[in-house]
Ligand binder design. Sequence first.
Ligand code: ZN
Length: 373
Amino acid sequence: MNKSLRLFTVKGIDIRVHLTFPLILLWAAYQFALVFGGLSGALFGVTAIILLFILVTLHELGHSFAARMYGVPVEQIVLSPIGGVAQLKGMPESPIQEMIIAIAGPAVNFLMAFVIAAVGYIFGLDFRSLTITFSMAESATLAALISYVFISNLFLAAFNLIPAFPMDGGRILRALLALRLEYSRATNIAATIGRIVAILFGIYGLINGGIFMIFIAFFIFMAAGQEARYSRFKHALDGYTVKNAYTTSAYRLQPSYSLEQAKNLTAYTGQEEFPVVDGEWLTGYLTRSTLFQALQSNPSYLPVSSIMDRKVIPVTPDTGLFEVQQRLVEESRQSLPVVSDTGRYLGVINHQLIAQLFQQAQSSPIVPGTTSR
Ligand code: ZN
């Protein structure tokens, strides 16, 4: 996510653009210069794509505001040449909420269709000319631009309603199934339907020689499985917290230990990351790579406290496991320290412990002690 740039912020939601984004502007300038000729064609292409991505942003904002309405925080919206993604932190509580969040995106496009039609009307375009002016245009006129944006906007809504993950249609389908079925079954069925849709797309693409269609089909096919795995994981961990999985038996360092002692302990235990604990209190965290890097340029009698990571944010027994998993991935860590509400050191939570609990939860769905649902 570091390869994106913040454009602006809408009600606390960062709108970011991926660094590859200018490529599609160049591509559009080139393509439309071929179609309409010269500078005016290029200008048409760039304007059309910018307008299109404003519609994509509005679509993602639709998802975002619906998610917020149900208390699901939105991290950011990222625009890339292949579209936009609203990154939600967490999941809605019920299938109905999930469905409304998914519908909110395409709903914005249907709303915008009226807005664009109104603009078209002002410039003398009725509905029929809105849908055909672009295809008949021979030069880059304003009417052609409005027509292009109108058609693209509807295509955007229709494409997103394809009933396959990761499209909104796939999520709507899953939510509908989840009204009657267990969530994981609903996900599996939705993923299977998504794959079938993808294969149909692929066949259609093959018959008609549409390379782009085949590419889309392949993308949908792969994404269907990925989404199924991801949501199975997310759902299995839902309701479980750190206290269901953390260990109290991780080796720890004291801030006064020397780097040499710490090195010996890593060699002896094979542990990759160590909590640094002073009496009962967590004071820092030390990874093997930080330690070995420090040893290259520092004397080995230095205390651990001089190189440890003091900024690590510990989790508490009540932190949700899915949130922990997300933090581990985002911060590229193997583990995180666990402390009590008062900051007393309790133990460590890591990838393996979460994976173990996930395995157990899948084979025999234990009802967690405290559930957030
Ligand atoms: Zn969407």
